[in-house]
Write a protein that binds this ligand. Structure first.
Ligand SMILES: [Fe+2]
Length: 478
């Protein structure tokens, strides 16, 4: 008999309204025509939005130790002639199915060490929660999680088809959650971090079908956490933060990954520049210590220097905030600021590294056609009030050259997720975001004009269930 889920009102009492979105597991729903609440769906908006994120954070009365350990659930919204259909499905991972059958958590994860007798803990493998991002290939959707192979799903129904080796991946070979797609060449770049007897980054270049065609390797001088990278003109660039993972407690299963990582600023941040064509190292150098989860974009300017926009943290306390997120009231102070780093990639030297905005922000993105190229606009989520316990309540667009911003703060108690950029056929582009309204316990899909966020949504669609805050998504044009 499954344990009853906790009460939303009891969980969120005394907490910010956003906590209501994570109080209970997300309820799956099949293809559902979405009701228009405001405006109308643009008639030339055709294609599919896919979003991934932890859909459930508890099972049988137990809460996950870290937000990153929630089981991945996918929201798809298919836009066809003048209307939209939404559905939500959990990724049917082997781990999820075993835990459903057992009605309890069975596996270690990013935050959770293995349990049980010592001999059993030693052989325990973390659960692939498939919860971090999605990438749409021509014939399948990939649900990505950075420490394992991706799962393939049906693009229309979200039926889980199983783990996918993209032609060559070995079982458990990592394929990270931030692939970079060059829309001009069709090349898809990604990486996986391998730690153990040898520490290295495995590099992948795939063709437009997702099939891996080329690999490379970058030795790592420390056991660090590398979540994202940047495609910048002719380069792939990695910033290795001074976060060091102690492997022994992981091997002995005394700690989860999250608690086995230490902030060691004395090491500084290491920059590794790779030639995107040969996948060979061009330069490697050290600079100041900071941590970043995400890059907005990178590109090479005419004089050969490289620009990289990223969200910078002063230290690794963000990991503790993300752990506390599952309580609905995180307390650890963090400072996340959008920065612009300029480097001489060939020589291996930092030229400048400056803040661009004085707002706590995350989830920086650019238009898909700008990835690796010059970008005139960069979109992000931010907090209008710098409160530790609050979640993002605003979406912004920065034009980095001029410093001009266009920003939209949603009504009190309403929280957007990472913006998704949708190129329109007539040059009219849109930003899509899912907004949770904690006053109404209602999630909506909102369509905003990309060139004027301040104008507000041109269309709001009601979603049939609460969609919790997730991580990353993508758009696939029909
Ligand atoms: Fe991410």
């Amino acid at each position: 008999m499954p344990a009853p889920t906790r009460d939303r009102n009891a969980f969120s009492q005394g907490k910010p309204l956003w906590s209501r979105a994570i109080a209970t597991p997300t309820v799956e729903f099949g293809p559902t025509p979405l009701t228009v609440l405001v405006g109308q769906v643009p008639t030339d908006l055709r294609g599919s939005l896919y979003r991934n994120g932890p859909g459930r954070l508890q099972r049988a009365g137990e809460t996950v130790d870290h937000w990153f350990d929630g089981d991945g659930g996918i929201l798809a919204i298919h836009f066809a002639a003048g209307g939209a259909t939404g559905l939500y499905r959990y990724v049917q991972t082997q781990g999820l199915q075993a835990e459903v059958a057992a009605n309890r958590y069975l596996y270690p994860g990013y935050g959770k060490p293995a349990s049980g007798p010592f001999w059993k803990r030693l052989s325990a493998k973390p659960k692939n929660v498939a919860n971090t991002s999605v990438f749409a290939l021509p014939d399948k959707l990939l649900a990505l999680w950075e420490a394992d192979n991706p799962h393939a799903l049906d693009l229309e129904t979200l039926e889980t088809l199983g783990l996918d080796d993209l032609g060559i991946l070995q079982p458990r070979q990592p394929y990270s959650a931030h692939p970079k797609w060059d829309t001009q060449t069709g090349d898809l770049y990604n990486f996986g971090v391998v730690l153990g007897r040898r520490n290295y980054i495995q590099l992948y270049r795939s063709d437009a079908t997702g099939q891996i065609r080329q690999q490379g390797q970058l030795p790592l001088s420390r056991t660090s956490l590398v979540h994202d990278f940047v495609l910048a003109g002719p380069y792939l660039i990695f910033l290795i933060p001074p976060v060091v993972l102690s492997l022994l407690p992981i091997l002995l299963q005394n700690k989860g990954f999250s608690d086995a990582m230490q902030w060691q600023p004395q090491h500084g941040t290491q920059v590794i520049v790779v030639d995107r064509h040969t996948l060979e190292e061009v330069s490697r150098f050290e600079t100041d210590p900071w941590f970043q989860w995400h890059f907005g974009n990178g590109y090479q300017v005419a004089d050969g220097t490289v620009v990289i926009d990223y969200v910078r943290y002063d230290n690794f306390d963000t990991n503790q905030w993300l752990k506390e997120f599952v309580t609905g009231y995180p307390k650890t102070p963090v400072s996340a600021r959008l920065y612009r780093l300029r480097i001489d990639a060939a020589v291996g030297k930092v030229l400048s590294n400056e803040p661009q905005l004085d707002q706590e922000c995350e989830f920086p993105i650019v238009a898909p056609q700008d990835v690796g190229q010059y970008h005139n606009s960069l979109f992000y989520c931010y907090k209008s009030q710098p409160k530790n316990e609050e979640y993002f309540d605003s979406i912004g667009c920065l034009q980095p050259d001029s410093g001009r911003t266009s920003q939209l703060t949603f009504a009190n108690g309403c929280y957007p997720i990472e913006p998704t950029y949708v190129p329109g056929p007539q040059g009219t582009d849109w930003i899509l975001t899912v907004v949770f309204d904690g006053n109404q316990d209602q999630s909506t899909l909102q369509i905003l004009p990309a060139d004027n966020l301040e104008a507000g949504p041109i269309c709001i669609l009601a979603l049939p269930e609460i969609i919790p805050f997730g991580f990353h998504g993508t758009w696939k044009t029909k």
